[in-house]
Design a protein around this ligand. Structure first.
Ligand SMILES: *[C@@H]1O[C@H](CO)[C@@H](O)[C@H](O)[C@H]1NC(C)=O
Ligand SMILES: *[C@@H]1O[C@H](CO)[C@@H](O)[C@H](O)[C@H]1NC(C)=O
Ligand SMILES: *[C@@H]1O[C@H](CO)[C@@H](O)[C@H](O)[C@H]1NC(C)=O
Ligand SMILES: *[C@@H]1O[C@H](CO)[C@@H](O)[C@H](O)[C@H]1NC(C)=O
Ligand SMILES: *[C@@H]1O[C@H](CO)[C@@H](O)[C@H](O)[C@H]1NC(C)=O
Ligand SMILES: *[C@@H]1O[C@H](CO)[C@@H](O)[C@H](O)[C@H]1NC(C)=O
Ligand SMILES: *[C@@H]1O[C@H](CO)[C@@H](O)[C@H](O)[C@H]1NC(C)=O
Ligand SMILES: *[C@@H]1O[C@H](CO)[C@@H](O)[C@H](O)[C@H]1NC(C)=O
Ligand SMILES: *[C@@H]1O[C@H](CO)[C@@H](O)[C@H](O)[C@H]1NC(C)=O
Ligand SMILES: *[C@@H]1O[C@H](CO)[C@@H](O)[C@H](O)[C@H]1NC(C)=O
Length: 715
């Protein structure tokens, strides 16, 4: 077993058995979702890992035999990036080879039989980094496919590797939305392209012609599909190959301050000029439907299109509603299913007979799967057919069972089938039972409790994650982890960035609360955050802490630390200035907000406009304005608890100046503090070598101040 030698020395003295280490977690296999072939005989999924000794990543594809459960390596290499089952037989595939022998930065398409990959045939060479392959066989035997990549304003695909680089690096803007997530925006936008592979029976020819359906839908470069950081879930092709749907932000609104989306339908043989909006604002019988849309999906019967849409026009966390439209531009007849259901479903899989839509939705700390029949009226309340975990994907098999790939706090991947009624079918794979780094992890590591706060009538939930070798008669320091968002939740899922079990196995009991703003307990709890960043969630966290203090005797709250990222970093900064801050021995802020008066330096202005009850120029300078009232910096005089600060250069959501401001103020006040910065990471730390340093430094800090380790100085 590998772990940090310093931590090992320190912990050898404690009666703790080490479970998972951060190096083990970071190096362990990461599994894609198992995608079945059309006959449901087998499924394939991608696996990757990282080896610290060699600093090398590896990736390959596994094949899972759904009849025998046998798992074997299907393709050992990283050049196959995507596979689609399509063609004359249930084992026919088209795959994207992420390399292109002729065109730097391009990709290539191959056809093959999944059982004879060595005979794969090169069928198309595409001169740009296209991805997001969707493909169907038409009655002629041809294959109609969709891919996406960035395009110039004239519609031509953009290939960074071969494009001319201008002499100057200047960027000039005349309207807001200059950057997003970790990228400075320019006039090149994603577009969905369609092409035809002529032929059949595994032999295809490609003319080289691709149709861009998106760029020309408006005469300025305002349409984009998939939208910026999104992916192929933003478009679809009909089962007969005759029709395409895609979504784009509403082209009539400024991008930075609205979330409204419009879904367009266009004939496969048409062009962007033929695209017709399905759900233009005000065009359906649902006047309120004007917000963000996701996941347009054709039914297997081809005559219906399902999608999700929120109401709030500048809110990214409003309740999502499931809609079904006819795939007929004469009468889309958009109809909501289970309109009043107080959950926000976010993934769609149609039943084979097109009568039911399986969706998954955040529900009480898990992401559960629910069948919704097409007959569901406004007041229909779907019933969950799964319980624990968060699916990465699920597929409907020919026998109408679902093949689910999910994760849980104690396992990075479970693969199993369930019946449409929710009975467990076959359990195929459970990572914690096979991956050495996850050895010993199991459901007994995770419990939860509900506590009463003074902000809402409903009880609030918190996860409790126990360290390996947990002994109820002993006490363990508390690791208290507020989540980001603030809309969002701590789910029963595996994370390689905030892996509860890795934190617990340093020797803590991890408390991961889901206070006001959390999703999965109804929209009212989520919405209650608006205008209340420093009040409700803070009160809830105080109540959660008190609950632990009063009810969990095995938690030593006199040795508590608090750590959070993003909004979790904001609330940690808020805690630093308030009473709760004095109950922690150390704090950790990862990419948080230090001065809410700086929130307009972010990219998605709709977020602040919603959460702070209006644009900054309208509310920001009043002391009653949420921008002003909930500013952690106002309480700088109270700051006293040792504070570790992480902030990354490529974080454009909350610019790096927030972390520098926090660190500079802490140092100026003489509060013990340390600053960690990664020039090549965004809001998240994703490179394994950086993540290793992130864990090493943070654990040194909290283990020292919580008293877990007095062998290591945190400096
Ligand atoms: C990572 O993948 C390589 C190549 O398949 C394999 O040899 C190695 O055992 C894997 N490492 C871990 C930690 O699973
Ligand atoms: C991918 O394409 C490269 C050439 O660009 C070729 O050498 C390699 O064999 C291909 N791999 C597969 C699996 O098609
Ligand atoms: C579109 O613009 C790009 C960049 O200016 C150029 O390279 C390409 O040739 C243009 N395509 C057409 C069809 O004009
Ligand atoms: C493909 O092969 C099948 C059987 O071998 C044949 O019936 C069919 O006509 C072929 N289709 C094409 C498009 O060549
Ligand atoms: C876009 O085209 C419409 C007519 O189709 C025209 O009225 C409008 O002025 C054009 N907008 C721009 C920005 O060119
Ligand atoms: C949206 O952005 C534009 C600038 O593109 C600005 O003029 C306008 O006031 C903003 N509207 C709202 C509601 O924030
Ligand atoms: C339109 O949808 C309603 C359900 O809201 C349904 O009763 C009606 O038959 C549909 N009409 C058409 C033409 O599809
Ligand atoms: C549905 O969710 C409940 C918790 O709300 C859980 O107890 C139950 O087991 C779930 N049903 C299925 C079929 O998994
Ligand atoms: C919604 O939440 C607010 C507090 O945020 C609470 O006062 C109100 O009672 C809740 N409403 C319902 C219907 O639960
Ligand atoms: C709610 O509880 C918090 C934390 O104990 C306290 O600071 C706050 O004053 C309480 N609010 C109300 C309205 O009682």
């Amino acid at each position: 077993m590998r772990f940090q030698s310093q931590a090992a020395v320190a912990l050898a003295a404690l009666p703790t058995v080490f479970g998972i280490t951060f190096e083990g977690m970071l190096a362990a296999n990461r599994y894609g979702a198992a995608a079945p072939n059309p006959s449901g005989d087998f499924a394939i999924y991608e696996v990757s890992n990282y080896t610290f000794e060699t600093t090398e990543s590896a990736s390959w594809w596994n094949k899972l035999d759904l009849k025998t459960g046998e798992i074997s390596v299907w393709y050992d290499g990283s050049d196959i990036s995507e596979v689609v089952f399509v063609g004359p037989t249930p084992t026919s595939i088209i795959y994207i080879n992420g390399t292109n022998a002729e065109e730097d930065g391009g990709i290539s398409l191959y056809s093959a039989d999944a059982n004879a990959l060595e005979d794969a045939k090169l069928i198309a060479s595409l001169p740009a980094p296209y991805s997001g392959l969707k493909a169907v066989q038409t009655t002629s035997g041809d294959i109609n496919f969709l891919v996406y990549t960035k395009a110039y304003t004239n519609g031509t695909a953009y290939n960074e590797a071969t494009a001319e680089t201008p002499a100057s690096t200047a960027r000039i803007y005349t309207s807001i939305y200059v950057r997003h997530w970790d990228t400075w925006l320019d006039d090149k936008k994603n577009a969905v392209f369609g092409g035809v592979l002529k032929g059949g029976n595994g032999t295809y020819t490609f003319s080289g012609e691709l149709t861009n359906y998106v760029t020309g839908i408006c005469n300025v470069s305002c349409a984009e599909s998939p939208y910026d950081q999104s992916d192929q879930s933003d478009y679809d092709i009909s089962p007969d190959g005759s029709s395409v749907v895609f979504l784009t932000k509403d082209i009539t609104l400024p991008l930075a301050n609205y979330t409204a989306d419009v879904i367009y339908q266009v004939p496969f043989t048409g062009t962007a000029e033929d695209a017709v909006p399905i759900n233009a604002r005000g065009s359906t019988k649902y006047d309120a439907a004007q917000g963000a849309a996701t996941s347009p999906r054709f039914s297997p019967s081809g005559d219906k299109i399902a999608y999700f849409q929120m109401n709030g026009i500048n809110y990214e966390s409003d309740r999502t509603i499931l809609y079904v439209a006819n795939s007929n531009s004469d009468d889309f007849n958009v109809t909501a299913l289970a309109l009043n259901w107080d959950r926000s479903p976010d993934t769609i899989a149609w039943s084979k007979d097109s009568s039911t839509i399986f969706v998954s939705a955040p529900d009480l700390g898990n992401e559960r799967i629910f069948p919704v029949p097409l007959t569901a009226g406004d007041d229909y309340v779907p019933t969950n057919i799964t319980d624990q975990g968060v699916p990465a994907a699920f597929y409907v098999l020919p026998d109408d069972c679902l093949l689910v790939s999910d994760s849980k706090i104690y396992t990075s991947r479970d693969i199993y089938t369930i019946t449409p009624e929710g009975e467990l079918g076959t359990k195929y794979f459970q990572a914690n039972l096979v991956d050495p780094a996850l050895a010993g992890l199991g459901p007994e590591d995770v419990t939860e409790f509900y506590y009463t706060s003074n902000t809402s009538e409903i009880q609030q939930q918190s996860w409790v994650i126990l360290p390996e070798g947990f002994d109820e008669s002993k006490t363990y320091p508390l690791a208290f982890l507020p989540h980001g968002g603030p809309q969002g939740a701590w789910y029963n899922s595996w994370s390689t960035r905030w892996n509860f079990k890795v934190w617990a196995d340093q020797g803590y009991v991890v408390i991961a609360p889901n206070p006001t703003a959390s999703s999965g307990w109804g929209q009212n709890l989520t919405d209650s955050i608006q205008g209340r960043w420093g009040s409700y969630p803070y009160f809830d966290l105080v109540h959660a802490f008190d609950y632990v203090d009063n009810n969990l005797p095995y938690v030593d709250t006199s040795k508590a630390i608090c750590a959070g990222a993003s909004f979790g970093g904001y609330i940690t900064n808020w805690i630093q200035g308030h009473e709760l801050g004095r109950r922690f021995k150390a704090l950790v802020t990862h990419d948080g907000s230090t001065s809410t008066l700086n929130q307009y330096a972010s990219e998605e202005l709709w977020f602040m406009n919603h959460d702070f009850s209006g644009p900054f120029n309208q509310t920001g300078f009043e002391s009653s304005s949420p921008y002003y009232e909930w500013n952690p910096l106002l309480y700088v005089n109270n700051w006293a608890t040792p504070h570790f600060v992480v902030h990354n250069d490529l974080d454009f959501r909350l610019p790096v100046s927030e972390g520098i401001l926090l660190f500079n103020m802490l140092q100026t006040k003489g509060v013990p503090s340390k600053f960690l910065n990664f020039p090549n990471e965004n809001h998240w730390v994703t490179h394994p070598e950086n993540s290793k340093v992130w864990h090493t430094e943070i654990f040194k800090w909290i283990n020292y101040y919580s008293g877990l380790s007095n062998a290591t100085s945190p400096y």
